[in-house]
Design a binder for this molecule. Structure first.
Ligand SMILES: Nc1ncnc2c1ncn2[C@@H]1O[C@H](COP(=O)(O)OP(=O)(O)OP(=O)(O)O)[C@@H](O)[C@H]1O
Length: 715
């Protein structure tokens, strides 16, 4: 809670909403004290009295009016005639919280004196402000109670459907669909019409709450069912099942906590919906009736004619309250959602217009291009780079404690990639490999600021409008990730995934044509029985098969550049080898370019034409894969990676594998000079005096290390 409060302070709208809602709920609890009069108190001959609170002679007073027409209820001020408003003055007796007898009100006028109408009076001369405060009891609690009941039902039925599947799932989902088929308001009106129209306020309150809960649960149940369905296949749930832990315990202990953030956000977002529905029912005369009061019943009574609104605009005050509360719940819901899902977080520290445009800042390091002597694929079109990155930096603004700090994930990366080329990027976890490649199709979260230039076939991608970016993202530029299982909707079969993909680029494609194309692509990527497998769901495929499907989907969209972010890390060596072969074959047959990311320098060297070795958001060494893996690597970090690698390491050091000592650099507080210096056995004082430049050692081989020349000379 404390963490959320610190967080919400950075979201002005969320914070103001939270404060306002807390104040409103406090007013609701102490309604008798806050309101100057009871809700039902009428002041004779004062129908439609205008608001009369004024500051006069430095004190807050109630101005007196005289009625000029009792037909049209027109009033005129009586000059210099005021009644003192007493703060904590005595008024109508009441019981605070239903327990403590009291007479004091936050503010009121003396008994029998001219009343204070802070927000005017209604048709019966009742104080609108007092009625709004008293009415909040029903309006604000009905939302909470109905949300709590409907979410409890949704968790119960959605949880059962998702966890048990089969007939349970089928039956519950059909019931949900039945409820969802009927428009909500008609269903509410129908259910309400079944009930007696002579209910007192208490019964009406209970019945409306029950009706709202009954209508509200199916939508949430479907969402919860989908989440439970996915979570139940997570390894930690399977572990619990293996340990024979009872299902009820697995659901309550393992699964429900996983969806609790969704539940909290749902509560915040559905309360205003229920408040509005109560208002609608009361407005239609089917909800709360006199003597009870809710904002809905006030709106019904007060703004029933346009003429009333024109002559007595203060009758709209309950509407403004309702609107304010609805917006406040929505802003608070947004803040909660972002709090639980950091990828949605929006910070305005780096607005897009701060991004440097192409050529605005000339790159400080030379673009790494080593096609000429290292590429082992003869048809690489060396002169026409498909992709060029110039001095790309990526910073994240993150909230740590109470402060926004800057995480420098990528610090001036430049390279290019030719058509049909495979570029490997290797480095320890946190070195900036993924962030660099995610910056290309602008897949980074909104708290990221990308600077520098990213050219695709000469076209600048940074700062491109989302509509223009769509041509590249997921189309010309495809991506596959480490855990292919997470890339698919567990409830969608592969046929419909392919159909959606083809349909995106060709809205007129028929399902049969899409299936034929999908079958051909699956065959090309090496999946057996491809036609039959289109009816399978993601959980019916192995990791390797899903990776093949991911590649086929990228091809289906006309992918020219495939970013493979650790595509084989989760696979066993045999399957890993098959995927590598597939990628190699595709670049040959389709001339697609590939950026292959991995921690494993052996693997990267095996598949790539060139390798970038990254550390601390910088390219430490770049060269042909033969150069890097063939004993010509120069940078101490590259050598350390090779020494830590099972096959190359043993070749290189002729001794047991060597772990790299120390910890990976912290991107929120990078070292002043070479980021690897604190872990480097060859480090010298000059290593900490500034980031060394990426220097050309020979054609196509660049190294960022101040010690290299001396080292080479002395060794
Ligand atoms: N959304 C984010 N907000 C803040 N920092 C981030 C965010 N995403 C990544 N980072 C930071 O950027 C740095 C580089 O991350 P990146 O994912 O590129 O590393 P990586 O080399 O790909 O590691 P891995 O191999 O584990 O994926 C890391 O220190 C990471 O904590």
């Amino acid at each position: 809670m404390k963490k959320f409060l610190v967080y919400v302070k950075s979201r002005p709208l969320g914070f103001i909403s939270l404060v306002l809602l807390c104040l409103l709920y406090l007013c609701m609890i102490f309604a008798e004290f806050i309101a100057p009069y009871p809700a039902a108190t009428t002041f004779g001959e004062m129908s439609y009295h205008p608001p009369n609170g004024r500051f006069y002679n430095g004190t807050f007073q109630a101005q007196e009016f005289r009625v000029t027409s009792t037909v049209a209820w027109k009033y005129a001020r009586i000059r210099d005639s005021y009644e003192k408003v007493r703060f904590l003055g005595k008024g109508t007796p009441y019981k605070l919280l239903g327990l403590i007898p009291m007479e004091r009100h936050l503010f009121t006028t003396a008994r029998g004196a001219y009343p204070i109408f802070l927000m005017g009076a209604d048709n019966l001369g009742r104080d609108i402000f007092s009625r709004i405060i008293h009415g909040s009891r029903i309006s604000l609690t009905i939302g909470f109670v109905a949300t709590a009941i409907s979410l409890a039902l949704a968790v119960l039925f959605g949880g059962l459907a998702g966890y048990y599947g089969g007939a349970t799932d089928w039956s519950i989902m059909r019931i949900c669909e039945f409820f969802m088929l009927i428009p909500g308001l008609y269903l509410i009106l129908f259910l309400r019409s079944l009930l007696s129209s002579n209910m007192d306020s208490g019964q009406a309150y209970m019945m409306i709450t029950v009706i709202l809960s009954l209508v509200g649960w199916p939508g949430s149940a479907r969402t919860i069912r989908g989440m439970v369905h996915a979570i139940k296949r997570e390894e930690f749930v399977m572990n619990s099942q293996l340990e024979m832990i009872p299902s009820t315990l697995i659901i309550t202990r393992d699964i429900i906590p996983q969806i609790s953030s969704l539940l909290i956000v749902s509560i915040a977002l559905s309360i205003p919906g229920f408040i509005m529905t109560e208002t609608t029912l009361s407005y239609l005369g089917l909800g709360i009736v006199d003597p009870a009061v809710s904002w809905g019943s006030m709106i019904k009574r007060d703004i029933s004619t346009l003429n009333n609104l024109k002559n007595y605009p203060w009758l709209l005050n309950p509407v403004w309250f309702l609107l304010g509360v609805t917006l406040a719940f929505n802003f608070l819901g947004d803040a909660l959602r972002d709090y639980y899902d950091p990828y949605h977080t929006v910070f305005f520290k780096f607005p897009p217009f701060f991004r440097k445009k192409k050529n605005e800042n000339p790159p400080d390091s030379k673009s790494v291009n080593m096609n000429s002597n290292t590429a082992n694929y003869d048809s690489i079109a060396a002169n026409t780079p498909l992709l060029e990155l110039h001095d790309v930096t990526v910073d994240f603004s993150v909230l740590r404690g109470k402060e926004h700090i800057k995480v420098q994930a990528v610090r001036g990366v430049s390279f290019d990639l030719a058509k049909g080329e495979i570029l490997g990027i290797v480095g320890e976890s946190g070195s900036g490999k993924s962030v660099t490649t995610q910056a290309i199709p602008d897949l980074l979260p909104k708290n990221a600021s990308v600077q520098g230039s990213i050219l695709y076939e000469g076209k600048e991608l940074t700062g491109l409008a989302i509509n223009d970016l769509r041509l590249y993202r997921g189309k010309k530029i495809g991506m596959i990730f480490q855990e292919p299982g997470r890339s698919y909707d567990p409830l969608q079969n592969m046929g419909s995934v392919f159909f959606e993909t083809f349909h995106n680029s060709d809205p007129y494609i028929t399902r049969d044509a899409a299936m034929e194309k999908a079958e051909a692509l699956l065959k090309e990527t090496g999946l057996d029985n491809s036609r039959e497998r289109l009816s399978n769901f993601p959980h019916q495929f192995s990791g390797g098969q899903l990776q093949r499907i991911g590649i086929a989907l990228a091809l289906a969209q006309g992918c020219e550049l495939l970013v493979a972010d650790e595509p084989t890390t989760a696979l066993d060596v045999t399957i890993q080898k098959q995927i590598i072969e597939l990628l190699r074959a595709l670049r040959k047959t389709r001339r697609i370019s590939i950026i292959f990311i991995s921690h494993d320098i052996d693997l990267v060297a095996d598949i790539s034409d060139r390798i970038l070795v990254m550390y601390g958001g910088l390219i430490m060494e770049a060269g042909g894969s033969g150069t890097i893996s063939g004993g010509a690597a120069l940078h101490p970090y590259t050598k350390a990676l090779l020494a830590a690698s099972p096959s190359f390491g043993s070749h290189y050091s002729k001794s047991r594998l060597l772990a790299i000592p120390g910890r990976v650099t912290d991107p929120s507080n990078p070292e002043p000079g070479c980021p690897f210096a604190p872990r480097c056995t060859k480090a010298k004082p000059e290593c900490t005096s500034g980031i060394p430049p990426l220097a050309l050692k020979e054609e196509g081989h660049e190294v960022r290390c101040v010690c290299i020349d001396n080292q080479e000379a002395t060794s």
